[in-house]
Design a protein around this ligand. Structure first.
Ligand SMILES: Cc1cc2nc3c(=O)[nH]c(=O)nc-3n(C[C@H](O)[C@H](O)[C@H](O)COP(=O)(O)OP(=O)(O)OC[C@H]3O[C@@H](n4cnc5c(N)ncnc54)[C@H](O)[C@@H]3O)c2cc1C
Length: 125
């Protein structure tokens, strides 16, 4: 899950350790978690890929944070960096699924408003 530099600084100043690009591969324990195993990764054109080399971190709790990906998009919609980049006529999009935004609620709301105004103008000819 992405976080701004400011948010990361907040977390690290409170003792949070941030490890980037580590891929969780296993939870170890006997009835309760004791360790989580992660794989080191390398960046490839298809995204992060495991190197096969792993490391473990002691843990007594695990919180899962999942992301969302775009799939099965209708024809004519193009993506860049996993976000909507181009739209065919008569299709509108806004919010976190689109690129170029700041992934903020206020941006999503503004883009929804702009889309509504544009749809209204289109329908009125
Ligand atoms: C931990 C966290 C903290 C945040 N803090 C802030 C903050 O302090 N200030 C701020 O401005 N922003 C914050 N954000 C960002 C903000 O939540 C998003 O920018 C905003 O919610 C984007 O709105 P959206 O409508 O584009 O997407 P979403 O709010 O994600 O809405 C998308 C909706 O579509 C639904 N959906 C997905 N797939 C389908 C499908 N196939 N069919 C039907 N429905 C579907 C989802 O269930 C979801 O309800 C935070 C985000 C996170 C994760």
């Amino acid at each position: 899950m992405s976080a701004s530099g400011y948010e990361q600084e907040h977390a690290t100043s409170a003792g949070v350790r941030i490890i980037c690009n580590a891929m969780p591969v296993a939870v170890h324990g006997n009835g309760a978690v004791r360790e989580v195993e992660f794989a080191y990764t390398v960046e490839t054109p298809e995204g992060l890929k495991s190197t096969g080399e792993t490391f473990r971190i002691k843990a007594d709790q695990v919180f899962k944070a999942i992301g969302q990906t775009l799939s099965g998009l209708p024809a004519g919609i193009t993506t860049a960096g996993g976000k909507i980049a181009g739209l065919p006529p008569k299709v509108w999009a806004g919010g976190d699924c689109t690129g170029g935004g700041e992934d903020l609620t206020v941006t999503a709301v503004a883009q929804g408003r702009d889309a509504a105004e544009d749809i209204h103008a289109f329908l009125k000819g």
